[in-house]
Design a protein around this ligand. Structure first.
Ligand SMILES: Cc1cc2nc3c(=O)[nH]c(=O)nc-3n(C[C@H](O)[C@H](O)[C@H](O)COP(=O)(O)OP(=O)(O)OC[C@H]3O[C@@H](n4cnc5c(N)ncnc54)[C@H](O)[C@@H]3O)c2cc1C
Length: 489
């Protein structure tokens, strides 16, 4: 193994957090190297799979317009309220059920807007999140204020703009180059990083490494170990390159694992979704209209309250419960009353369809008599009538061991439809602990000298569910902080 290269700071990964780290380190005059495991077209891990939305503190629409390159009168009809620091904190606390690390949260919130300004100066072009505008552009409208802006051309655009900026700033990016080890000197300071590419393994001398290499969602062994039995079968919604390498190497050096290692963000997803993310295909695969029907496992049994809340509130739980069923699959069953209400993404599936339930069970290859028993029992406990899918209608089943708490309507109007689904993992929550300077901490809460982390790898920020636009925002905030501190170490 040769020591041929030397850099002040080495960044692992070339996603949003990594590129922000690299640019911030360069601002301090450091010589910066980025190593990226994937080939260039797959650069950016999970970022290209996002809509590129950022959640940050702002002062309403007029304030946001100052961050956008050209403002025209198409926004005249729109209004957006300010998004305050208190709102941001309350949303973080609510979604994480109070588990989020409060010091990290306070830093994310207070640094969110300055970081957006800094990214703008680094060449990121912003737009108002388009899905909201298209429906409101022709009518006076107040649009939601939490995710203020999206990167131009979404997640892929974000990576393109940040990469361009990194290259213009003289930052070297080595693709198809993987971190395989971290080396410390006798004083327990980071002294080099071991890299592997198609020519073999070599060492890069450095005094600081920023781990920005994502979660462990694409590593089936780690999923089984930390998330539990069944998770090895999950479809991966994002990058196949996020295999927890940073988690393992940081822990090997004594980093303190923190956060919700047993939890992750997940969703019910079509059984035919690709094993790992494929842009243009995977985003059409989530199956979240289950509140309009029932879901049974391979033994024809219901196993969860499908109507506990809106899908937005329950799909993470649903995705993970499906994975814990036999063979990690389930079937979403609908009748013709609900069929036309299914989200358009269902058009990409080929459901089993039949005019009678016995035949549907045969087509789905699940026990027929048990299926009839399950539906009969459900229908006895359910109500006649139609769905009110836009509100929690409180129409609950009566006396079922596993109730359906809303939309508890009989499944009785043929034709009947069955969709085979499994669980798709979006990203993981657990990871090494950092402090507000993005330094990786050991078991005694002391920094491991020269080791920093930012982005999805960091534990202790998100728990239980997702908060739209917070993943990218905390990656940028701590990416910038990590790069700055790594450079001035
Ligand atoms: C379908 C989907 C939708 C999402 N929607 C949203 C959303 O709406 N809003 C939001 O805020 N977040 C969302 N997220 C989460 C968001 O993608 C992440 O928070 C964000 O991308 C994490 O950025 P990162 O820079 O930490 O890691 P990533 O962007 O995942 O980048 C990690 C990089 O590290 C590289 N790498 C991994 N291991 C190594 C190694 N050993 N050596 C070198 N390089 C390595 C990878 O190839 C990759 O390029 C979504 C995720 C998915 C999958």
């Amino acid at each position: 193994m040769q020591n041929t290269l030397k850099y002040d700071v080495v960044i692992v990964g070339a996603g949003n957090a990594a590129l922000c780290s690299a640019l911030a380190a360069k601002d301090q005059g450091a010589e910066v190297l980025i190593i990226e495991k994937s080939p260039q077209p797959h650069q950016g891990g999970n970022c290209p799979y996002t809509g590129g939305g950022f959640r940050f503190v702002h002062n309403g629409l007029n304030d946001l317009l100052t961050l956008m390159p050209s403002v025209d009168n198409k926004y005249n009809n729109l209004n957006m309220q300010p998004y305050t620091a208190n709102e941001f904190k309350n949303h973080m606390i609510e979604v994480t059920r109070g588990d989020t690390d409060k010091d990290l949260m306070n830093t994310i919130v207070s640094e969110s807007r300055p970081t957006i300004n800094w990214m703008t100066n680094k060449g990121v072009i912003w737009e108002l999140p388009s899905s909201r505008i298209s429906s409101s552009i022709n009518a006076p409208s107040i649009i939601p204020n939490s995710v203020g802006l999206s990167a131009y051309e979404s997640g892929p655009g974000l990576i393109k703009m940040l990469t361009k900026s990194a290259k213009q700033n003289g930052i070297t990016i080595l693709y198809e180059t993987e971190m395989t080890d971290l080396v410390q000197n006798k004083q327990k300071e980071i002294s080099s990083i071991v890299c592997k590419d198609s020519n073999g393994t070599y060492q890069v001398n450095t005094r600081a490494v920023v781990l920005a290499c994502g979660g462990f969602e694409a590593n089936s062994d780690m999923r089984k170990k930390y998330l539990g039995e069944g998770w090895e079968n999950a479809k991966v919604r994002g990058s196949k390159f996020n295999t927890g390498d940073g988690h393992r190497l940081a822990i090997k050096l004594g980093a303190q694992p923190t956060g919700q290692w047993s939890g992750c963000h997940a969703t019910p997803i079509d059984i035919n979704a690709p094993a790992t993310g494929n842009q243009g295909i995977t985003e059409r695969m989530p199956r979240r209209s289950y509140p309009l029907g029932i879901t049974v496992n391979i033994n024809s049994e219901r196993f969860i309250d499908e109507g506990e809340g809106f899908a937005e509130q329950t799909f993470v739980k649903m995705g993970s419960r499906i994975l814990s069923q036999d063979k990690s699959i389930a079937f979403q069953i609908f009748d013709s009353k609900s069929f036309n209400l299914l989200e358009p993404r269902y058009n990409n599936s080929k459901p089993a369809i039949s005019g009678n339930l016995n035949d549907l069970a045969k087509k789905l290859d699940i026990p027929e008599s048990k299926f009839i028993k399950t539906i009969t029992k459900f229908n006895k406990a359910a109500s006649d009538g139609n769905y009110s899918p836009k509100k929690l209608d409180g129409i609950s089943t009566n006396n079922l061991t596993i109730p359906k708490s809303n939309w508890g309507i009989k499944i009785d109007t043929p034709p009947f439809y069955g969709y085979c689904v499994t669980g798709g993992i979006t990203y993981t929550y657990g990871g090494p602990k950092i402090d507000t300077k993005a330094r990786v901490l050991d078991q005694n809460n002391d920094p491991i000298t020269g080791l920093y982390a930012a982005g999805e790898i960091v534990g202790g920020i998100l728990f239980h569910n997702s908060l739209r636009g917070a993943g990218l925002m905390h990656g940028s905030v701590f990416g910038k902080i990590a790069g700055t501190n790594a450079a001035i170490l």
